[in-house]
Design a binder for this molecule. Structure first.
Ligand SMILES: [Ca+2]
Length: 311
């Protein structure tokens, strides 16, 4: 009986050892997908429930909330989700721990004066395919060793600067349109060693200056020719069509509409790869193969013609 008892004890011990081992050695590493609003009514509720590596997909709607992220999650907007914060808060704040986080596909608007559309504090997330407009404060604000990757966003009509870099913050800024902001387009604090890498952006018509204490390479400064009336799709004649950098750091696979990010052989600047409204007549003399992406017509009688790009 003693031997049996010892064996049972050994077996139990082994089971306990294995169970503990599983608990310690094999944490839940499978990335989860969380959905707003079907699974969680607010973005922040999903963020709170998510772990690093998880993806939160947010459907169209206006989300009146401030979002705080301090872990490596992907926040993906599908359709046109709008984040509009309550007064005197940042719309989206990335804090320490969010270096591997990302946000794409959102419209971020309505932050109060002195607050930000996106505020990075000691964090370096990836920010792509967003419309950041109509904030009474700043567009994207990088502070305290924050060096996010800022690629293919449209940053327009904010009362502060489009992108600000303070205190050891060196974002990589590529393929964005940054126009019509009341501060500077891109502002670099001349103290505390911020050193942004700036290329292939259209920085135009920002009130204080297009660049403050910084400069870029392969930049343009021209009217991006948005469709207008709050629609930041590009007209077919926009100088931002086919003038971006295909190999930009953090370039996504799709644009804000979910279309291929690189069309007509070269990526556009801004959040959109092609227009969705009719602006003229397609004419092309010659033969071209590939897929023609085109917009909906403004009416079913085909009185207009779609803008289009070839892949
Ligand atoms: Ca293109």
């Amino acid at each position: 009986m003693k031997r049996i008892g010892e064996r049972i004890g050994l077996v139990l011990g082994f089971v306990v050892f294995v169970a503990l081992g599983f608990g310690v050695v094999l944490p839940n590493v499978e990335a989860a997908n969380l959905y707003v609003p079907s699974g969680y009514s607010t973005i922040q509720a999903a963020v709170n429930a998510a772990g690093s590596g998880d993806t939160i997909t947010v459907s169209a709607g206006t989300y009146t909330e401030a979002v705080y992220i301090s872990k490596g999650i992907a926040l993906v907007g599908v359709g046109t989700p709008v984040i509009k914060p309550p007064s005197y808060t940042n719309a989206v704040k990335f804090g320490s721990g969010a270096d591997n986080a990302s946000i794409s596909g959102f419209k971020i608007t309505g932050a109060s004066s002195g607050y930000c559309g996106i505020y990075c504090y000691s964090s370096s997330p990836s920010i792509t395919n967003n419309i950041i407009s109509g904030n009474s404060g700043y567009g994207i604000y990088c502070y305290y060793s924050s060096s996010p990757t800022i690629t293919n966003n449209t940053i327009s009509g904010n009362s502060g600067s489009g992108i600000s870099c303070y205190y050891y913050s060196s974002p990589t800024i590529t393929n964005n349109t940054i126009s019509g902001n009341s501060g500077s387009g891109i502002y670099r604090s001349s103290s505390y060693y911020s050193s942004p890498t700036i290329s292939y952006n259209d920085v135009w018509n920002n009130t204080s200056s297009n660049y403050y204490s910084c400069s870029g390479t392969n930049e343009i400064s021209a009217d991006p020719k948005f469709i207008g009336a709050g629609d930041y799709h590009l007209q077919f004649s926009s100088p931002c069509v086919d003038t971006g950098l295909n190999t930009a750091l953090g370039i996504p696979s799709t644009d804000k509409d979910g279309n291929p990010r690189i069309m007509n052989g070269r990526v556009n600047m801004g959040a959109y790869e092609f227009s969705t409204y009719i602006t003229g007549i397609i004419s092309y003399s010659g033969t071209k193969t590939g897929t023609l992406y085109y917009s909906a017509f403004t009416n079913p009688q085909f009185t207009g013609t779609p803008t289009a790009e070839w892949t």
